[in-house]
Ligand binder design. Structure first.
Ligand SMILES: *[C@@H]1O[C@H](CO)[C@@H](O)[C@H](O)[C@H]1NC(C)=O
Ligand SMILES: *[C@@H]1O[C@H](CO)[C@@H](O)[C@H](O)[C@H]1NC(C)=O
Ligand SMILES: *[C@@H]1O[C@H](CO)[C@@H](O)[C@H](O)[C@H]1NC(C)=O
Ligand SMILES: *[C@@H]1O[C@H](CO)[C@@H](O)[C@H](O)[C@H]1NC(C)=O
Length: 316
């Protein structure tokens, strides 16, 4: 009953979308509510989003509408697809933030490491500007204000830091050692001091790709392996980073890792926030999530219409 109500209400809202707000009492715009109400302090964190020719069409538009907007000046995108497609959704001033690689699309170790190398390259091309590189996938939401705040506790110039969230219960064992790795699907940050150290190890050349292949580890595991073997650096675990592999993330309502404390979230299939989506084609429900965390005039209007409609429908 409730479910059919919800889906009915959504259908009508979606069909009529933003033009008819017969269901809203609020016809005037709420003042001072039109921009993301987060003034980020000046920061030196380079954010790199990895997308691909097959996923950029479905996944990038919603990212560019939501968390990209927190810090467009320091957010870059790497893709093996057509940069022109992503450009459509970006104002001209950010077009040079889209980097096209020649990496292949298969999920082979070589291809993954090729994508990885391009993320590091974006950092090294801009290294004078940034003291952190944080890299993400295109199936993630990043609460950038929380990320910046979290990183403030560290000293990236002196501490060689590799930060993220493991996906396994135990360290990886192989090649004679044990080490923890952070799954790239939860987002990973590297400090400047660490990046300086590993510069030669992660150049986009055969050395890096062959290294991945000979360790037989995908990119996220291989990075952790290099750090451990060559530099005795271990993972710093960030509990508020979350990846698509965490099964209970959106279903366990008693878990202390609340969605509003999450620094990163990863999505997959039904593993998405359990909100009724406010807009059509809300990939991973990311726009709805963003609205609930950082409401602006447009999305609160949709919320009002929805709540009002529930009321009217229930009465009749
Ligand atoms: C769209 O809005 C109009 C009123 O503007 C209403 O008559 C119509 O039923 C709505 N469509 C749906 C599918 O709810
Ligand atoms: C709200 O919607 C209008 C019209 O669609 C758009 O021009 C504006 O950029 C939107 N504002 C925000 C903060 O998304
Ligand atoms: C990293 O962890 C290993 C054990 O897994 C430990 O032997 C090593 O000392 C640690 N390195 C540092 C720098 O803490
Ligand atoms: C939910 O989270 C709580 C707190 O972390 C934990 O104790 C409990 O086992 C979790 N429940 C399930 C079904 O995973």
């Amino acid at each position: 009953m409730i479910l059919s109500l919800i889906s009915y209400a959504l259908q009508s809202i979606n069909n009529n979308n933003t033009n008819s707000d017969i269901y809203s009492y609020f016809k005037v715009k709420t003042p001072n509510f039109d921009h993301i109400p987060t003034t980020l302090p000046i920061h030196d964190v380079l954010l790199v989003i990895r997308t691909s020719k097959y996923t950029q069409r479905s996944r990038m538009p919603v990212i560019l509408k939501t968390w990209f907007q927190f810090s467009p000046d320091t957010t870059h995108i790497t893709t093996n697809g057509d940069a022109k497609y992503v450009h459509q959704f970006l104002s001209k001033q950010y077009h040079d933030h889209v980097h096209s690689t020649t990496c292949k699309q298969a999920h082979s170790i070589r291809d993954l490491c090729c994508h990885s190398a391009s993320e590091f390259q974006i950092y090294f091309e801009n290294k004078h500007k940034y003291r952190w590189l944080c890299r993400f996938d295109d199936d993630q939401y990043v609460n950038v204000p929380l990320l910046i705040h979290y990183l403030k506790q560290f000293s990236p110039d002196t501490q060689p830091l590799y930060i993220g969230k493991p996906s396994m219960q135990e360290p990886k064992r192989g090649h004679g050692i044990d080490f923890w790795f952070a799954t790239y699907g939860g987002g990973v940050c590297f400090s400047r001091s660490l990046l300086k150290m590993i510069r030669n190890d992660v150049q986009p050349n055969n050395n890096f790709m062959e290294g991945c292949i000979s360790s037989n580890y995908p990119d996220d595991t291989h990075i952790a392996y290099i750090l451990r073997v060559n530099y005795n650096i271990n993972l710093t675990v960030a509990n508020d980073f979350h990846h698509h592999i965490e099964r209970n993330l959106f279903t366990n309502l008693t878990s202390p890792s609340n969605i509003d404390q999450a620094i990163t979230l990863g999505f997959k299939g039904n593993n998405v926030p359990r909100f009724v989506p406010l807009v059509k084609n809300d990939v991973f429900h990311m726009q709805t999530l963003h609205c609930l965390l950082y409401p602006d005039a447009n999305c609160t209007r949709l919320l009002r219409i929805l709540i009002n409609k529930f009321y009217e429908d229930k009465k009749s």
